[in-house]
Design a protein around this ligand. Structure first.
Ligand code: ATP
Length: 328
């Protein structure tokens, strides 16, 4: 028989993403709705080790649904990777009377939560927060939709200058291991070519595609490149390579960088965060633990943390085909 849950802790860990605040708000208010206490844990697992806790009520999360970043701050904690660090964190939770934990973060944070659960039998529930959308068990992670809108907005602006000067723009977007941002935003912004880690287009095919596009009458082009693209060159080396082979092109590089992680969350991310927060708390109250809450077939669903960590979030092959057709 599992222990009655009277107090839940919530933290944000790893890279921040838009929608984390809306998820914190949802967790806090769902606790209040069910008459249980909620404690905010600052700076992720590091704050857990240092006992950096603050009681939170429904009014302490006013006016944050629209804010990017995370009011609880995020951190990466080396100490939590050690047994001693986790032991200290566990003692702090027990001392504060916190019975279960909601972890908002990426797969590294989930790994930490799973290890913690295995060691202490402590109830944990994960909410996927990362702009990369690279987590198995959910069609969307918090911040992905907002990042897509940011990238599309930037590329729309780049397109204005690209077409005015007949330039080729190489736009690097985030995604070290996953091309979800590049593929979706590339289609949305009408890119001529999209380079992602999951597909090795190859340099020759890229040049061929640019040649075709020029021959078909396009005077400017935009190529979207995920930072982890396996073409074997970084975006600046790629520029040099294309220039050597294609001297007639005037090429510019734009690395969008951290702006993709910031900004006010989109409506989609706010609604997603609200749904996942409710499900996380209510699942804990039903005695469930060691799951991630996500969206599968438009419904909120639970996936065991182990699967969420080990599973691979596949690129959508249909989107690849759509992208090929759109660049005709
Ligand atoms: P992002 O997607 O932005 O990288 P993330 O959650 O994957 O987010 P990580 O830096 O990988 O970010 O992990 C966040 C924290 O989780 C780490 O700093 C560490 O404290 C904890 N963590 C990760 N892996 C483990 C592990 N194997 N054991 C214990 N704790 C871990």
């Amino acid at each position: 028989m599992s222990k009655t849950i009277k107090k839940i802790g919530v933290l944000t860990s790893g890279g921040d993403s838009p929608g984390m605040n809306a998820a914190i708000r949802s967790v806090v208010r769902t606790c209040a709705y069910h008459n249980i206490e909620c404690v905010g844990i600052y700076r992720g697992y590091q704050g857990m080790i240092e006992g950096d806790f603050k009681e939170m009520g429904p009014r302490s999360v006013n006016n944050i649904v629209n804010k990017g970043g995370t009011i609880l701050k995020s951190a990466r904690s080396k100490e939590f990777m050690t047994v001693e660090g986790r032991k200290k964190a566990h003692e702090n939770l027990v001392d504060a009377g916190i019975d279960a934990l909601v972890v908002i973060g990426g797969d590294g944070s989930f790994t930490g939560a799973e290890v913690f659960n295995n060691e202490f039998g402590y109830p944990v529930m994960g909410i996927p927060g990362t702009i990369d959308n690279d987590i198995f068990g959910t069609s969307h992670t918090l911040g992905f939709d907002t990042a897509l809108n940011t990238v599309v907005d930037c590329i729309d602006k780049i397109r204005d200058t690209a077409s005015s000067h007949n330039r080729l723009f190489l736009v690097e977007v985030m995604g070290r291991d996953a091309g979800h941002i590049a593929l979706n935003a590339g289609i949305g912004a009408g890119a001529e070519e999209i380079l992602i880690p999951e597909e090795d287009l190859g340099l020759e095919r890229l040049l061929e595609s640019l040649r075709r596009s020029k021959a078909s009458g396009k005077s400017s082009s935009i190529v979207v490149i995920a930072e982890g693209d396996k073409i074997g060159k970084n975006v600046f080396e790629l520029k040099d390579y294309i220039e050597e082979n294609f001297p007639e092109y005037d090429i510019r590089v734009s690395v969008l960088g951290h702006m993709q992680r910031g900004g006010s969350p989109s409506c989609y991310d706010r609604v997603l965060a609200s749904r996942l927060g409710v499900k996380a708390v209510e699942s804990i109250l039903e005695g469930k633990s060691n799951f991630m809450v996500g969206i599968i077939n438009d419904k909120v669903a639970l996936t065991p943390l182990e699967q969420a960590i080990k599973g691979h979030s596949e690129i959508d092959r249909e989107l690849l085909r759509v992208s090929d057709i759109m660049t005709t």
